[in-house]
Write a protein that binds this ligand. Structure first.
Ligand SMILES: [Fe+2]
Length: 155
């Protein structure tokens, strides 16, 4: 039986997997590192930043799930174990307390990096499958809106 269950279109599952897997790992890494900041930030804006980060974390978790499930839908297994996230060599936040401003800057940098990975993937996926591309575009749109909100705290 084919691993591709949804149609007889040539969805190039292996290639889609190569492009989507880094996005899945980046979204997981984003959620883990934002949670670290959520716990360890201190400062006058604590409550606002603490609560806002949880909204971004929820979105990052949802995005990793949707992208991973798209991989499986087109016919390739998705990877999201902690060892695989570590092996991806993605940015990590410090293992210490951070100020509210540092937290916002770290979160903005993490989000910006994740968006960059997803934008790179989007450009290549657009040549293969408009449905997957649409999912990636939607994820980028949400992350970019959150990046705008995060950076607005810094002005
Ligand atoms: Fe919490």
């Amino acid at each position: 039986m084919s691993d591709q269950l949804i149609s007889n279109h040539d969805l190039q599952p292996v290639r889609q997997g190569e492009l989507l897997q880094p996005c899945v790992l980046a979204a997981i890494n984003l959620s883990l590192n934002l949670k670290q900041i959520h716990w360890n930030l201190r400062g006058a804006k604590f409550q606002t930043v603490h609560e806002f980060l949880d909204l971004v974390i929820d979105q990052a978790r949802m995005t990793s799930d949707e992208l991973a499930e798209r991989m499986v839908t087109v016919g390739v297994p998705a990877m999201g174990r902690s060892s695989q996230v570590d092996a991806a060599g993605l940015p990590q936040v410090p293992d210490e307390f951070v100020t509210d401003i540092e937290a916002l800057e770290l979160a903005s940098s993490l989000l910006d990096g994740t968006i960059g990975i997803m934008r790179d993937a989007r450009a290549a996926i657009g040549d293969i499958d408009a449905v997957t591309e649409d999912l990636v575009i939607g994820s980028i749109q949400v992350f970019e809106k959150q990046l705008w909100m995060l950076r607005s705290h810094l002005l």
